[in-house]
Design a protein. Structure first.
Length: 133
């Protein structure tokens, strides 16, 4: 007898790097066919590889698939912001021992940040601090 592990709503499903690329394309384009995703992909991945990946993602609950049209149309089931929060939470726990400060310092030291981006970060921190009180 084969047992399949059922994904519960409370469990966090983090996409792999390849899945995240597909999700980014779908978030940008909206509902799309495999052909649309393949065309938009920055990697030289074959059509059938992307098709299989998207089928697996639908089985995992990352994508929904509509069969109303002649070609199957796929759509991300989780919002981009929700996925980013889940990934950030996981990264903070795994790589920064739960320290948001270390994550921010690591991100700022990893690449050059423009003065406009720093000003936006300061503004967001001020808003966050006002809302947290």
């Amino acid at each position: 007898m084969i047992r399949r592990r059922v994904q519960t709503r409370s469990a966090v499903l983090l996409p792999t790097e390849a899945e995240l690329e597909i999700l980014n394309i779908l978030w940008a384009l909206g509902p799309s066919t495999v052909r649309d995703v393949h065309t938009a992909s920055s990697k030289e991945t074959g059509y059938t590889t992307i098709l299989k990946q998207m089928q697996v993602m639908a089985e995992k609950g990352l994508l929904s698939r509509s069969e109303r049209y002649r070609s199957h149309v796929y759509e991300a089931r989780i919002a981009k912001q929700q996925t980013q929060r889940q990934l950030a939470r996981n990264l903070v726990q795994r790589a920064f021992d739960g320290s948001a400060k270390d994550l921010v310092l690591g991100a700022l030291s990893a690449q050059k940040v423009s003065s406009a981006e720093l000003a936006e970060i300061r503004r967001m921190l001020d808003e966050y601090e006002r809302g947290a009180r």
